[in-house]
Design a binder for this molecule. Structure first.
Ligand code: C2E
Ligand code: CA
Ligand code: CA
Length: 806
C-alpha cells in the first residue's frame, strides 16, 4: 500500500502525482521583476536596492522552500547552494542596500564584496561536488571541463577580454576585479557544460546552468562597461545578475530537483563528445583568428601569441583526455580478458561438472543393473535380457528361431555355512572368486547374473538342451576346484537347474521353471544338474501339497512307527529293533518315508516329528528291554542333530520311559555331517559325544554309500556300523564277490576299531550264510521280518523263529 516506486523520492511518491508549476510562476514573475531592474534603477538607487534585496530574498526563500519540500537537505551540494544564496542575500541586503546605498559605509561595502564572493564560492563548491559525482572519474571530468572552458575561453578572449583590455588601456580604468570574475565564470561554465553533457540534463540542472550563464553574461557585460569607463551599469549586467537569483530559485522549485540525489552519469555516446571536442578544437581557434580583425581595432603581436597559447593548452588537454580514453580502453580490454578467462574457467568447470554428472549417471545406471559385489548383472538386468531374448524375433519381424534361449540357475551347496562359520567378508570373497571363474567360462553374448545370495544365473541365447547341460557340467567341474580364502581352503559343490528347449513366454516363467529344475537338483542330493521337464511343475505342486499335509499329520494322528528286528546270526535271537516311521494320510495311500522324510527335513517339521518318534520308540522299547534286554535304534536326521535342544530331548525321553541309555542307539549318516561346515560338524560331534557319555550308542547308517570315507570312522563317535544293503544285494556274481570282499574288509576294520556291525537288507538265507561266513554277527532284513508293529514284535519275541538261520 505505502510502497514507493523504485527511483521515486518518498516525498513525491507518497503524494498523488500532481505537477507543481510554482517554479514556472516564480520564474515568470521573477523574470519580469528582473527585466524591470534597469528601469527601477534609473528611478532611484533606494528603489533599486529594495528590488535587489527583495528579489534575492524571494529567491533565497524559494531555495530554502525547495530544499525543505524536496528534502534536499540530505545532499551536501544543496546545503551549500542554500548557504551560498543566503550568504549572497545577506551580503547584498546588509552590505550593499543598507551599508552602502543607505549608510554609505565603506566597511559594509567590503562586507558586501566579501559576502558575495563567499556566496559565489559556496555555489561553486556545490557545483564541483555535483560534477565529481557525475563522470567516469574526477580526472576525466576535470579534463572535459577544462577542454570546454578553454574552447569557450578562446573566442571569449578574442571577442570580450582582449577588446576590454584594449579599451581599458585607453580609458585608464582599473579592470582587475572586473577581469577576474569572467574567468572564474568561464571555469564555472566549463564545469556546468560538462555536467550537463554527462548527466542527461534534468530540468533543474538546466535552470542552474542558466543561472551561471546569466552571471557569466552579466560579468562579461560589466567588464566591457568598466573597460569603456562607463559609470553606469549596463542593463544586460543588471538583468543578468537579477536573473541569476531568479533562476536558482526556479531550479530549487522545479519538481525534478527531487531526484537530484540520483544525479548520475548517463552514458553519452562518445561520438557526440568527440564532435563537441572537435568543434571546440577546430572552431574556437578558427573563429578567434578569423573574427579578431572585426572586433580588434588595434592588432598587437601578443594577440596572435595569446590565441596560439590557448590552442596549445587546448591541444595538451585533448591529448591528455585521449590518454584517459586509451587507458580506459586498456582497462576495459583487460577486464574483457579477465572476463574471458573467467568464462574459460567457468566453461572448464562446467564441463568438469557435466562430466562428473555423466559419470554419476552412468554409475547409477550401472548400479541399478549390476550386483555391487561381483559386478555381474543383477536380477533386473537378467529380466531385461530374458525379455529381449524372448521377444527378439517379434521385434525384428523375423520368424522365431528354432531353439529358444536356455537359462541355467546355479546354487552353491553349503554356502550359507561358509558365511555363518567363517564370516561375511570371507563369504563375499568366495562369491567374488566364483563370479570370476564363471566369467572366465562365459563367451560374449551370454548374460551372467548374480540373483542374490549364492545364486547365479546364465542366459544363453538359442541354445540346445545338450549344449546347455554340457556347459552346466563344465561349470560344476570348474567350481569344484578348491578355493583359497586367507588361510582357509574351501571345497564347494554346485547344483544347477537347466531350462532349455522349453517354450516360455515371460521372464518370470523362465526363472520359475529354471528354479524348479534347480530345486530338483538340490533335492536330488545337491552337486547335481537337473534339466527342467514340465513334470517338475506338477512335482513341485505335489511337493507343496505334501508339506501342507505333513504339517497336519501329527495332530491328525496319521503317523505311526514300525519296528524291524535286528537278529543275531549265531543264535537267531532278536537283539534290537530299528524304528521306522510311517505316514498314512487320511485321504490317500501311505507316503513312503523316502518321500516325506526329506520334505520334513526341508520344512523343519522333522524336529517335532523326530521327537515324537523318539518318545514312541522309548515307550515301546522300555518294555522289550525290561523283558528281553532289547535295544532300540532310532533314525536321526541332520536337522534334528543341529537343533540346540536335541541332547536334552533324547535324555528326557529316556528318563520319562525309564529306558537305560545303553538300550538306545541313534542312527546317523555320514552324508548329513558332510553337508555341514567343519565347525558345524565339530559341534554335532560334541553333542554325540555328550550323549555317548550318558551311555547312548551311535550307529553309522548306510555305511559304504555316498562319500564313505574310512577316516570318518576314526573321528566320529560311533559304536556300530550299519553296512548298506547294496553290499548285501549285489546284482551280478562278479559284483557279489567284490561286495563280499568289501563287507569282509569293513567287518574286520570295524572289529579292529572295536565297532559292532549290522548288515542291512538281508532277504535270503544264502545271503545270511555268506555274511555270517565273512564275520557279520548281526543282520536285518526281510528274511527275518519287514518293519512290524509293536504288537507283532511282542509276538516275535515270544516265538524266536530264526534259531538256525545261518
Ligand atoms: P534306513 O534307515 O536305511 O531304513 C531301512 C530301510 O530299508 C527301511 O525303509 C526298511 O523298510 C528297508 N528295508 C528293511 N529290510 C529290507 C530288505 O530286506 N530289503 C529292502 N529292499 N529294504 C529293506 P523305509 O522304512 O522305507 O525307510 C526308508 C528310510 O527312511 C530309512 O532308511 C531312513 O533313512 C528313513 N527313516 C525311516 N524312519 C525314519 C525316522 O523315524 N526318522 C528319520 N530321520 N528317518 C527315518
Ligand atoms: Ca536306519
Ligand atoms: Ca540304512
Amino acid at each position: 500500500m505505502s510502497q514507493t516506486a523504485p527511483g521515486m523520492s518518498p516525498a513525491v511518491g507518497s503524494r498523488p502525482e500532481r505537477k507543481p508549476y510554482g517554479w514556472l510562476v516564480f520564474l515568470a514573475l521573477g523574470g519580469l521583476v528582473a527585466l524591470s531592474g534597469p528601469a527601477v534603477a534609473a528611478v532611484s538607487p533606494f528603489l533599486d536596492a529594495l528590488l535587489w534585496s527583495g528579489l534575492q530574498g524571494a529567491a533565497t526563500l524559494a531555495v530554502l522552500f525547495g530544499i525543505r519540500r524536496y528534502r534536499l537537505g540530505r545532499l551536501r551540494s544543496w546545503r551549500l547552494i542554500g548557504l551560498g544564496i543566503v550568504t549572497a542575500w545577506l551580503a547584498n541586503t546588509v552590505g550593499w542596500s543598507l551599508g552602502w546605498i543607505w549608510l554609505k559605509s565603506q566597511t559594509l561595502l567590503t562586507v558586501y564584496q566579501v559576502g558575495t564572493l563567499v556566496g559565489y564560492a559556496l555555489l561553486l563548491t556545490a557545483l564541483i561536488l555535483m560534477s565529481a559525482r557525475v563522470g567516469a572519474s574526477r580526472w576525466t571530468g576535470l579534463l572535459d571541463s577544462g577542454i570546454i572552458t578553454v574552447g569557450v575561453a578562446m573566442p571569449f578572449w578574442t571577442f570580450v577580454i582582449d577588446p576590454a583590455i584594449d579599451l581599458g588601456v585607453h580609458s585608464g580604468s582599473d579592470l582587475t576585479y572586473a577581469l577576474i570574475t569572467p574567468f572564474v565564470d568561464l571555469i564555472v561554465m566549463g564545469m556546468v557544460a560538462r555536467l550537463l553533457f554527462d548527466s542527461g540534463r534534468p530540468p533543474w540542472l538546466l535552470l542552474l546552468a542558466a543561472s551561471f550563464a546569466a552571471i557569466f553574461v552579466a560579468d562579461g557585460a560589466y567588464l566591457l562597461d568598466q573597460a569603456a569607463g562607463s559609470a553606469q551599469t549596463s542593463a544586460v549586467a543588471t538583468i543578468g545578475w537579477l536573473a541569476w537569483s531568479v533562476l536558482i530559485g526556479a531550479a530549487a522549485l522545479h519538481p525534478s530537483v527531487a531526484r537530484s540525489a540520483e544525479l548520475r552519469a548517463v552514458p553519452t555516446a562518445d561520438r557526440s563528445r568527440v564532435t563537441l571536442f572537435l568543434a571546440l578544437a577546430l572552431i574556437s581557434p578558427l573563429v578567434s583568428s578569423l573574427g579578431r580583425p572585426f572586433v580588434d581595432t588595434e592588432s598587437q603581436p601578443h594577440d596572435d601569441m595569446a590565441i596560439m597559447a590557448w590552442t596549445v593548452v587546448l591541444a595538451v588537454l585533448l591529448v591528455l583526455r585521449l590518454n584517459t580514453v586509451a587507458r580506459l580502453a586498456e582497462t576495459r580490454a583487460a577486464d574483457l580478458d579477465r572476463h574471458a578467462d573467467q568464462l574459460t574457467l567457468q566453461t572448464r568447470q562446467l564441463s568438469a561438472a557435466l562430466h562428473t554428472q555423466e559419470m554419476l549417471q552412468r554409475s547409477l545406471a550401472h548400479r541399478a543393473f549390476h550386483d555391487p559385489l561381483t559386478g555381474l548383472a543383477n536380477r533386473t538386468l537378467l529380466g531385461e535380457a530374458l525379455q529381449q531374448a524372448l521377444s527378439a524375433p517379434a521385434v525384428a519381424g523375423e520368424p522365431a528361431p528354432e531353439t529358444p534361449p536356455a537359462l541355467l540357475l546355479l546354487d552353491l551347496d553349503g554356502f550359507k555355512d561358509v558365511n555363518d562359520t567363517l564370516g561375511h567378508p570371507i563369504g563375499d570373497d568366495l562369491l567374488t572368486q566364483v563370479a570370476h571363474r564363471l566369467r572366465a567360462l562365459c563367451e560374449p553374448g551370454l548374460t551372467l547374473a548374480r540373483l542374490g545370495g549364492d545364486e547365479f544365473a546364465l542366459l544363453l541365447p538359442a541354445t540346445s538342451a545338450q549344449v546347455a547341460v554340457e556347459l552346466a557340467h563344465t561349470i560344476v567341474e570348474r567350481l569344484r576346484a578348491p578355493y583359497r580364502l586367507g588361510e582357509h581352503e574351501i571345497y564347494l559343490t554346485t547344483s544347477v537347474g537347466v531350462l532349455a528347449e522349453t517354450e516360455i513366454s515371460t521372464p518370470a516363467e523362465a526363472l520359475r521353471d529354471a528354479d524348479l529344475a534347480l530345486y530338483a537338483a538340490k533335492a536330488a542330493g545337491k552337486n547335481q544338474i537337473t534339466l527342467f521337464t514340465p513334470e517338475l511343475r506338477s512335482a513341485r505342486l505335489e511337493h507343496s501339497r505334501l508339506i501342507a499335509g505333513l504339517r497336519q499329520a501329527l495332530a491328525r494322528e496319521e503317523l505311526a512307527v514300525r519296528y524291524q528286528p535286528v537278529v543275531e546270526l549265531d543264535s537267531g535271537r532278536i537283539v534290537a529293533v530299528e524304528t521306522l516311521l510311517r505316514w498314512q494320510p487320511g485321504d490317500s495311500r501311505p507316503i513312503p518315508p523316502d518321500v516325506f522324510i526329506p520334505l520334513a527335513e526341508e520344512s523343519g517339521l522333522i524336529v517335532p516329528i523326530g521327537t515324537w518318534v523318539l518318545e514312541r520308540a522309548c515307550a515301546d522299547a522300555a518294555r522289550w528291554h525290561a523283558r528281553h534286554g532289547l535295544s532300540v535304534t532310532v533314525n536321526i536326521s541332520g536337522r534334528q542333530l543341529r537343533d540346540p535342544g536335541f541332547a536334552e530331548t533324547v535324555l528326557a525321553a529316556l528318563e520319562r520311559h525309564r529306558l537305560p541309555a545303553r538300550a538306545l542307539v541313534l542312527e546317523i549318516t555320514e552324508s548329513m555331517l558332510l553337508a555341514t561346515t567343519p565347525a558345524e560338524t565339530e559341534r554335532v560331534i560334541g553333542v554325540l559325544q555328550g550323549l555317548r557319555a550318558h551311555g547312548v550308542r551311535i550307529a553309522l547308517d548306510d555305511f559304504g554309500t555316498g562319500y564313505s570315507s574310512l577316516a570318518y570312522l576314526r573321528i566320529l563317535p560311533v559304536d556300530i556300523v550299519k553296512i548298506d544293503r547294496s553290499f548285501t544285494t549285489a546284482p551280478s556274481a562278479a559284483d557279489h564277490a567284490q561286495a563280499r570282499a568289501f563287507t569282509k574288509a569293513i567287518v574286520e576294520l570295524s572289529a579292529s576299531l572295536r565297532l559292532g556291525t549290522i548288515v542291512e537288507g538281508v532277504e535270503t538265507r544264502e545271503q545270511a550264510v555268506v555274511l555270517h561266513q565273512v564275520g557279520c554277527t548281526l543282520a536285518q532284513g526281510y528274511l527275518f521280518s519287514p518293519p512290524a508293529t509293536a504288537r507283532q514284535i511282542d509276538n516275535l519275541l515270544e516265538t524266536t523263529p530264526w534259531e538256525n538261520v545261518a
